[in-house]
Structures are given as structure tokens and as C-alpha cells.
Design a protein around this ligand. Structure first.
Ligand code: PEP
Ligand code: MN
Length: 266
């Protein structure tokens, strides 16, 4: 179902009235983690003012260490909904367990499947039984085929609203957190009709890499961006080193909007 051979036209996914795919470019912005009401609402307002189309924010966090902040969980979902009420931005947040599929189906506009769960086939099948659009991140060491097969798990259950997200892969390089595989855009577009967005934040792991990689993403023909932003990156509860502050995000969006127009997208 994900294969271009059987579906020649590009897919456009509709997410609560917003579109991503083909001529529609989507910008998803927000903090790594939802930290509190004021935090998420103020960041959402800045994201919206800069021109983002979606608000992201982790409520359930897949942290490397069990002693790191694990997310506000269901309280985080409630705060995301408040931020949506305040700004109108649809919400994108990560689901880690089949236990919470119903809660996500009720409250979330796009369900994110994180890199670490890309091959959690039970989770993929359960989100496949919903109608909610799914943002499927590429696994840390997943090949294109493995990634597309994971999309297939979701689609084969009936949910064809899948957007792929390249977020950097593990390589021998240690200077950057991961290596952004920008080739994923043309390769995936050759193999599949599904939209693909780029997450330069988790790819590089440093804020200074985000503007250049975002510009590369637009010019590569990607269908969108996912960018981590925070009002106070130095004190963020997770991934602060890779977050842009709202002013930096304003500057980036001014350029990105011009490039989107050059690419003939909206
Ligand atoms: C995230 O988006 O905050 C995240 C944990 O991403 P990934 O699954 O790509 O590491
Ligand atoms: Mn993060």
C-alpha cells in the first residue's frame, strides 16, 4: 500500500483541516517535552506567530535513561489540548504504548511513532486500526525498506494516513547526534507516494545545525519539517541543546517560507 508502483500519485494527508503532501508543506514545531501549561501555551503562540502549522510536544518520552524525565503523560495531553484551544494548531505527540491508543485517538490530531518504536509491530497495528494520521519516524538504524514495511503495517490495518519522518540515522560519526540522511527524500519519493518530512533537530542534535539542514530539507523536495523550539533552551527538560529559541525560529521561518514558494509549494 505504501509502494509507488501501485499508487502513482502523491498522497496528501489531511490532519484536522491542514494538509501535508504533494504541493502542501507542513511545519511542525514545539518543545521536545510538554513541561507545563504556561510553557506549552506560550511556545504554541510563538510557533503559530512564526507560521508553523502544527504544535508538537512530547507527553510520553522515550528516554535513554530510566532516571531521566519521562514526560507528563496524560496530563501532558491535557495541556496540549489547552494549547490547541489557545492557538488552533493541531497537535502531534508521541505514543509509546498500546495502552493509550484510545486516549490518543480521542485527543491527538497526529500520532507520532518514535524512532525507537518504528518496529514495535503491535503498536503499529493498533494505530493502524485508528483513523488518526500517523507520523512514522525512521528507526535509528532502519533501511528504507524496513521503514516502508513499518508504514505497511499501519496501512494494512486500514489507516493509510501515514507521513514518514527522517530524523537522522546512526553512523560512525560522533561529532553530531545522528547523520541527517537527506537522500531519504528522493529515495522515498521514488519508492513511495507517502509524504516525507525532515526533523533536523534530532538529526544533528545541535541548534546551530537546524537552519542549514531545514533549508536543505525544503530544497530537497521534502513535504515538511519538524523543528524543536523552546522559550528557554538552556533550561529545557529534554533536548535543550538542539532547540531553537522563538526568535531564532522566526528567522528560520522567514527564510523557509521563501524557499517553500520557490519550490512551488504552499
Ligand atoms: C522526539 O521527537 O522528541 C523524539 C524522541 O524523536 P525520535 O523518536 O526521532 O528520537
Ligand atoms: Mn526531542
Amino acid at each position: 500500500k505504501a509502494n509507488r508502483k501501485f499508487h502513482p500519485d502523491d498522497t496528501v494527508v489531511e490532519i484536522d483541516g491542514q494538509r501535508i503532501g504533494n504541493g502542501y508543506f507542513g511545519v511542525i514545531a514545539g518543545p521536545c517535552s510538554v513541561e507545563g501549561e504556561e510553557q506549552i501555551i506560550s511556545i504554541a503562540q510563538r510557533a503559530k506567530a512564526a507560521g508553523a502549522n502544527f504544535l508538537r510536544g512530547g507527553a510520553f518520552k522515550p528516554r535513554t535513561s530510566p532516571y531521566s524525565f519521562q514526560g507528563l503523560e496524560l496530563e501532558g495531553l491535557r495541556l496540549l489540548k489547552l494549547a490547541k484551544e489557545a492557538t488552533g494548531l493541531p497537535i502531534v505527540t508521541e505514543l509509546m504504548s498500546t495502552k493509550f491508543v484510545d486516549a490518543f485517538e480521542a485527543d491527538v490530531d497526529m500520532i507520532q511513532i518514535g524512532a525507537r518504536n518504528m518496529q514495535n509491530f503491535d503498536l503499529l497495528k493498533e494505530v493502524g486500526k485508528t483513523k488518526t494520521p500517523v507520523l512514522l519516524k525512521r528507526g535509528l538504524s532502519a533501511t528504507y525498506d524496513e521503514w516502508l514495511m513499518s508504514a505497511e503495517y499501519i496501512m494494512s490495518e486500514g489507516n493509510e494516513n501515514v507521513i514518514l519522518c527522517e530524523r537522522g540515522i546512526r553512523t560512525f560519526e560522533t561529532e553530531t547526534r545522528n547523520t541527517l540522511d537527506i537522500q531519504a527524500v528522493p529515495v522515498i519519493q521514488k519508492l513511495s507516494h507517502l509524504p516525507i518530512v525532515i526533523d533536523p533537530s534530532h538529526a544533528g542534535g545541535s541548534a546551530y545545525l537546524v537552519p542549514s539542514m531545514s533549508k536543505s530539507a525544503v530544497m530537497s523536495g521534502a513535504n515538511g519539517l519538524m523543528v524543536e523550539i523552546h522559550h528557554d533552551p538552556e533550561n529545557a527538560w529534554s533536548d535543550g541543546q538542539q532547540c531553537l529559541n522563538p526568535n531564532e525560529f522566526d528567522e528560520l521561518m522567514a527564510v523557509v517560507k521563501q524557499l517553500i514558494a520557490i519550490e512551488g509549494k504552499q
